[in-house]
Design a protein around this ligand. Sequence first.
Ligand code: FMN
Length: 139
Amino acid sequence: MFLTRLIYVSTLCESCDDKALNDILNISREHNQKRHLTGLLSHNNKYFLQCLEGSRSAVNHTYNHILNDSRHSNVLILDYKEISQREFGDWSMGDIPQSHLTTLLNLQFSGSNEFNPYELSGESAYLMLLELKKNLPSE
Ligand SMILES: Cc1cc2nc3c(=O)[nH]c(=O)nc-3n(C[C@H](O)[C@H](O)[C@H](O)COP(=O)(O)O)c2cc1C
């Protein structure tokens, strides 16, 4: 089955607190390990930017669950493509908190110094995630 990579953005719901974030990461890691999915979830207090890699069927299956999750809204796909290798294979779901989303990094990949992934092109989002993984320990 082809390897694919999906990158999407969404908006946290108002009640999405630290506990909800931990729940999301825990269930993601549990499910993703079983489905051989890998990726990163970056977030500040407003937005998610997530990348998911794996077989086309596993990525699509999981994305359908994610779409219907009431802990976020305005889900928008930035990029979806067939790939020849994984770039985020060290993480079943790596957590990138707000502290990693520096002014410098936002300026490098977007038109402002704030993290607003709706303003990113698919390519910029991908390159930003590649930059972010450099400072992330393996799981
Ligand atoms: C921003 C966000 C990212 C998520 N990422 C994943 C993920 O990578 N893998 C996963 O299995 N579930 C992920 N979830 C959780 C799913 O939406 C869903 O709650 C979970 O798969 C359990 O589904 P189930 O209750 O139908 O089994 C995510 C949810 C949110 C809000």
